[in-house]
Write a protein that binds this ligand. Structure first.
Ligand code: ATP
Ligand code: MG
Length: 253
């Protein structure tokens, strides 16, 4: 299963992507996490120590060859992982999209194409899961970076601008041909907020893909630079993300 996680800035994409990746790896899946944010910070949520973040390898631009038929990787996925991934706790492999090191150095087109082709290269074996954490913009959809994902989960908070961003991303994902598109309600404080997301999803005929309650465990974990899963493994939000992860990875219906 290949999942792209999208949504408005700060909606909780990285918190959910990283925690899902860890939980799925714990339940026996082979997990490849891809940090597709040009301001990457998925590593911390995966439990990779903060002091390693400055020296993380990033994907190079020269492993993609443009051909008349499209683009091909010049290395196998295993070779790319061997030279450019970091393996974090629970065995999650992390690939980080190259991000700007200097100002005025141009666009990330080639990098988006590289990530797109890597996602295509991930096996469709039931034990393999690929989770793409995206940045807070429709770039991954407008550029087609997420085109080989099986599903797009748009993380939304229970307020209009966040819901509307999720809806726009859902429309683009459907346009891209993704088989399944759903809204994940995050930071939900009460039944009224849950109902607001469910009503919005129903009105726009978008699947309601799960709910994560508002939980101080995320902020508490960040305060001490820890992964939420390591800091508060039994917190309500972590348990809720587990339900979502198992469901969307097809492990548990
Ligand atoms: N369920 C939750 N309850 C409370 N706080 C949360 C929850 N989910 C995420 N947060 C907090 O919200 C903030 C944003 O989370 P996160 O970085 O995961 O969002 P993001 O969508 O990846 O952001 P960006 O758009 O910057 O990439 C963080 O401080 C995180 O700790
Ligand atoms: Mg993020």
């Amino acid at each position: 299963m290949k999942l792209a996680i999208a949504g408005k800035g700060g909606s909780g994409k990285t918190s959910i992507s990283g925690t899902m990746a860890r939980l799925l790896a714990r339940s026996g899946q082979r997990v490849l996490a891809i940090d597709g944010d040009s301001n990457p910070n998925l590593a911390l949520t995966l439990g990779i120590p903060a002091d390693q973040m400055g020296s993380m390898p990033t994907l190079p631009n020269d492993i993609l060859l443009r051909t008349s038929d499209g683009a091909v990787l010049t290395q196998t996925l295993e070779e790319i992982k061997a030279s450019h991934s970091v393996t974090g706790p629970d065995g999650v492999d992390l690939l980080v999209m190259a991000h700007p090191q200097h100002a005025n150095t141009g666009c990330l087109c080639q990098m988006h194409a590289t990530v797109r082709t890597i996602i295509d290269a991930v096996s469709n074996d039931a034990r393999d899961v690929c989770i793409l954490d995206t940045e807070a913009s429709p770039e991954h959809l407008s550029r087609g970076t997420a085109i080989y994902a099986d599903a797009l989960l748009a993380v939304v908070e229970p307020y209009f601008k966040s819901l509307e961003t999720g809806r726009r991303m859902a429309v683009l994902a459907q346009d891209l041909g993704l088989e399944r598109v759903a809204l994940i309600a995050n930071k939900v404080r009460d039944e009224r907020e849950e109902e607001a997301v469910r009503t919005f999803a129903a009105k726009h005929e978008i699947e309601f893909g799960g709910l994560v309650p508002f939980d101080d465990c995320f902020i508490a974990a960040e305060r001490v630079s820890q992964a939420p899963l390591d800091h508060s493994p039994d917190a309500p939000a972590i348990l809720a993300i587990d339900v979502i992860a198992q469901h969307w990875a097809g492990v548990r219906a």
